[in-house]
Design a protein around this ligand. Structure first.
Ligand code: AMP
Length: 296
């Protein structure tokens, strides 16, 4: 890291917390001029080890690391958890710094969506299935994601942006957006970080009561069953067994499906392409998602 190039006057324990896009741009201008690479880790905050694995990867791969913290209202539907989504900016800033972030960009809602804001970025096709199914979060959820990520890409101008495979559909959607809109940005997708018992880390795990926290492990157990059965050749048997795991824990999934890992078309059996097996379920107060990719 060579951020001595950058005015250190806003430093907080070595990391700079920035709220305004103009301030962010001027912080990054010198670094960019001197040819330093910029890595971006977009998050909604309440950081855990899953997020921090992305920050560490950015630290390893880039000269300057920007972590954004923004609970994006545009990706929450009416009745979803925007208001109660957990927030702790001070703790997040410390954690991001400890994992190697140079800059924490935490814009306000007014900064991101000023009065009169009226442009949306929409990817079609891959946004209308799984979580984007109209009976679930709907494609509007991903439209909110792609709009904010496009804005973050424009504000930061990263060389590399880091995302978690935990949100596999989001990765597929962002890759499509980057390709279609010619963003000169490399997308890195990193493996899902799990609790010791297998539960995928998520900021929303904070909503789980103790007994729901125990039941929630059934999601990763179900996915492991699919992996095991797939290794002996049968995807459909694995999905069946996985459904059994969920049912045994009293979990009715929103979906538990196999899809082509890239275009998200439905897949019935393994056919030599990577297959995404994805699950979403409400467990107590938390809507949880998880997935595995079965490589050929
Ligand atoms: P979020 O704050 O939930 O929007 O997540 C920000 C980024 O962290 C996204 O790219 C997520 O996919 C990624 N992420 C969230 N949870 C995990 C996890 N358990 N392992 C790896 N990456 C994760």
């Amino acid at each position: 890291m060579k951020l001595s190039l950058v005015n250190p006057s806003h430093a907080i324990g070595g990391v700079k917390l920035v709220r305004a896009r103009d301030g962010l741009r001027s912080l990054l201008a010198d670094a960019r001029r001197s040819g330093e690479s910029i890595g971006l880790v977009p998050t909604m905050g309440f950081l855990h080890d899953g997020h921090l694995s992305l920050v560490r990867a950015a630290r390893d791969g880039c000269d300057v690391v920007v972590v954004s913290l923004f609970v994006n209202p545009a990706q929450f539907g009416p009745g979803e958890d925007f208001e109660r989504y957990p927030r702790d900016e001070g703790r997040d800033t410390d954690l991001a710094a400890s994992a190697g972030a140079d800059i924490v960009y935490a814009p306000t809602v007014e900064e991101m969506y000023p009065e009169g804001f009226s442009t949306l970025v929409e990817v079609q096709g891959v946004t209308e299935v799984l979580c984007g199914d109209p009976s679930r979060r709907g494609s509007e959820h991903f439209r909110g994601v792609t709009t904010v990520v496009a804005k973050l890409f424009n504000a930061v101008g990263p060389d590399v942006a880091y995302f978690g495979q935990k949100d596999a559909q989001q990765v597929a959607v962002i890759r499509r957006m980057v390709r279609d809109l010619d963003f000169p940005i490399r997308i890195e997708a990193l493996p899902t970080v799990r609790e010791p018992d297998g539960l995928a880390m998520s900021s929303r795990n904070a909503y789980l009561e103790e007994d729901d926290r125990v039941r929630a492990v059934a999601l990763s157990r179900a996915l492991r069953r699919v992996e095991e059965d797939a290794s002996s050749g049968s995807l459909s048997a694995g999905i069946e067994a996985g459904r059994g795991e969920l049912a045994a824990a009293g979990i009715e999934p929103e979906y538990f499906e196999a899809r082509d890992a890239e275009d998200l078309a439905p897949v019935d059996e393994l056919d030599g392409r990577p297959v995404l097996v994805a699950v979403a379920a409400q467990v107590g107060g938390a809507r949880l998602i998880d997935n595995v990719v079965i490589e050929p």
